[in-house]
Design a protein around this ligand. Structure first.
Ligand code: GLC
Length: 449
């Protein structure tokens, strides 16, 4: 049985999938003992890669995911089942914008490593358009992609090619201090207006320093937060013709509310400099009643090494204007392969394992990530230990308009101008007008890359 046949059989059932993935590893190890090394991708007659030849080193560039130890745990489990493949970790910073720029520059310049890199779900258009990632569907059979939960493969595609193998899904959630709400006789808020007034109540009672922390710095994370308020208010960044509609009463409502969180003192003044790490830290230190953050914030807030609020945290879908059940931006990270890699076989085998049952179960149970592998996502044992998975079905997901290769400019126009409005450097309406013009210029092809 060649590996195309093996991979083609994957996804039939959880049992079959894990058994075959394990089988794949064994076959690869036997085969590679007799081959020199896996220095280049070997294509079989049908055009897919023969993973049984996989060996050698995979250089994997990745940011910390939920906690710094996680990447090493995954690598060591992978190496146990793949003794002929070594994975070398290149540690990337947390900030998605910094990662995008440095990877695009390196790979665009022809660098042969990293072989595999963790990249944001918003990158397929830009990276596909600029040949910065391998179209995985050219090398992996369509059955490989059946393991993923619905919609994820489409999200990782651009113009008919799949550029990323979904590694984990991120969704925005509302984290709250159960103990503080209980003391004040409050329920978790279902509307933004209620959150604001509950936060003020808790602050006035002297129970907590800040009401609500989120991501307000001028970077991609602010675009994510803004999308949630904008969609809750009934607005859009681009209409169905791809034209900007951000200079709207709905966006005015969204940004004005975000700004009022700061001017009212519910959110700290420093909010306009907060990325995920800063907001997480304020919450973990016990200094905020509410936090907007991604799935991993659950495991982070329950880790005694980082958090003073272990056992005191609850998680709910984000509120909306008028409530209940607000929108949550869909984020997450994929695994991409460098088109200049010298080790395509081992890179693909690494991706195969990372999106398989074992790795996905580790991500979901230890680090409260939403797994991309549908079988793991639906596993009752996994749900038992990951409270985020139990409420994710109530969340209304909203995507960023990242299907255009000029999305980096679109997002930059959003976060720069919204941040200006939040810090009081400009009025909300002037900020939205400017964002509208800049997005117009980006989508008409004047934005560059
Ligand atoms: C998270 C999300 C990613 C998003 C980023 C913004 O990492 O997974 O999609 O772009 O946050 O900071």
């Amino acid at each position: 049985m060649n590996s195309r046949t093996k991979l083609g059989t994957l996804g039939l059932s959880v049992l079959t999938l894990s058994a075959l993935v394990a089988g794949c590893g064994t076959a690869a190890n036997t085969a590679t003992n007799t081959t020199s090394n896996g220095t280049s991708g070997t294509q079989n007659a049908s055009g897919t890669v023969d993973l049984s030849k996989a060996s050698g080193t995979v250089v994997w560039a990745a940011s910390p995911i939920a906690q710094t130890g996680i990447r090493k745990t995954l690598i060591s489990e992978f190496e146990k089942t793949h003794p002929n493949i070594k994975v070398q970790l290149v540690e990337l910073p947390n900030n998605t914008d910094t990662n995008r720029q440095s990877l695009a520059t390196e790979i665009g310049g022809g660098a042969t490593t990293p072989d595999v890199y963790m990249g944001d779900v918003i990158w397929p258009a830009q990276f596909g358009q600029n040949q910065l990632a391998v179209p995985l569907n050219k090398y992996l059979p369509s059955s490989f992609f059946n393991r993923f939960a619905s919609g994820l493969v489409q999200g990782a595609s651009y113009k008919g090619n799949v550029y990323g193998a979904p590694l984990f899904v991120d969704s925005g959630f509302l984290y709250y201090r159960k103990d503080l709400l209980q003391k004040a006789g409050l329920q978790p808020p279902q509307s933004w207006e209620q959150l604001m007034s509950d936060a003020q109540t808790l602050q006035k009672k002297g129970l907590v320093k800040y009401g609500f922390v989120w991501q307000g710095a001028p970077y991609e994370g602010l675009t994510c937060d803004f999308m949630e308020y904008l969609t809750d208010a009934g607005g859009q960044v681009l209409n169905s013709q791809g034209q900007p509609t951000i200079d709207s009463p709905q966006a005015q409502k969204a940004v004005s509310f975000m700004k009022s969180l700061i001017t009212s003192g519910v959110s700290p003044k420093a909010e306009v400099t907060f990325q995920e790490a800063q907001s997480m830290n304020v919450f973990d230190q016990g200094n905020a009643a509410f936090l907007r953050n991604w799935d991993y914030a659950w495991s982070n807030s329950q880790n005694p090494a980082d958090s003073k609020v272990v056992g005191k945290v609850g998680v709910e879908p984000l509120p909306t204007f008028g409530g209940p059940n607000g929108h949550a931006t869909i984020g997450g990270w994929d695994l991409y392969v460098n088109p200049h890699t010298k080790n395509l076989n081992a890179s693909l085998e690494f991706i195969n394992w990372m999106t398989g049952v074992q790795a996905q179960t580790i991500l979901a149970t230890k680090y409260s990530e939403i797994p991309t592998n549908a079988a793991v996502q639906n596993d009752p044992q996994v749900k038992k230990v990951n409270p985020v998975l139990n409420i994710v079905s109530q969340v209304k997901l909203v995507s960023r308009p990242s299907q255009t290769p000029s999305y980096p400019q679109v997002s930059q126009a959003i976060y720069t101008n919204v941040n200006q409005a939040l810090s009081g450097g400009t009025s909300v309406s002037a900020a939205l007008k400017k964002a509208q013009q800049q997005i117009q210029s980006a989508v008409s092809g004047n934005g560059g890359l």
